[in-house]
Design a protein around this ligand. Structure first.
Ligand code: NAG
Length: 207
């Protein structure tokens, strides 16, 4: 995953706008970026918590029939084009965090993995997200929802994401907690330029 995604993220980091005001308390790992507000409902372990997310609008793109690296790369490029001006009004839109990937194993008629790659719409555009020019992108409003979240550091890859999701599932099952097993999420908060204090999460929707 490093190669091309790394290059794109590097370009993004170079072009990133300076710090701006943010609303309310922002978790440390969001740094200077807008990111979806939540409250910790329950702490289940050192790195695991139940979060209650506010309703919020994301911009998403779906990808099927390709491997994880290609899906994330392609999805990221589509979203990057959108925030760079490929939207009605040709607005330049602030980068946010996290880049979130919903992974649905073996979905569809050919049992292909399905990926949905999403950017969180900046706070000041939540009410009026600029419409994408590309038909591959869609405005993706999320209701208020609870996720079980496992956090970990460093640079990650698909194998580690799947391993972390499996260990979160095990932990929840050990505690008799129920979750939506059909899909899971990876949330990545950092550009490749960040050397330390990198932050990743896997999310499972609580049911
Ligand atoms: C995108 O994929 C999600 C599942 O990740 C699905 O629920 C949704 O209907 C899809 N949307 C479009 C526009 O294809």
């Amino acid at each position: 995953m490093a190669g091309i995604l790394c290059t794109i993220l590097t370009l993004l980091a170079l072009g990133k706008a300076p710090e701006h005001c943010s609303v309310g308390h922002v978790p440390w790992f969001c740094h200077d970026l807008d990111c979806p507000p939540y409250e910790v409902t329950e702490t289940l372990g050192k790195d695991v918590e139940l979060r209650s997310y506010d309703a919020g609008v994301w911009m998403s793109t779906n990808l099927t029939g390709m491997d994880y690296d290609k899906a994330v790369r392609t999805g990221f490029m589509r979203l990057f084009a959108y925030i760079s001006g490929a939207n009605e009004g040709q607005q330049r839109i602030e980068m946010t965090a996290p880049v979130r990937v919903e992974m649905t194993p073996g979905a569809g008629p050919f049992c292909e993995d399905h990926y949905k790659v999403s950017f969180y719409v900046p706070f000041d555009l939540q009410d009026v997200p600029p419409l994408p020019l590309s038909k591959d992108l869609f405005v993706d409003p999320a209701p208020s929802v609870k996720y079980y979240v496992l956090s970990y550091g460093g640079r990650t890859n698909e194998k580690e994401i799947v391993d972390k999701a499996a260990s979160l599932m095990q932990l929840l099952e050990d505690q008799g907690l129920t979750y939506d097993a059909s899909t899971f999420f990876h949330a990545g908060y950092d550009s490749p330029f960040r050397l330390f204090n990198r932050h990743n999460e896997v999310w499972l929707r609580a049911v």
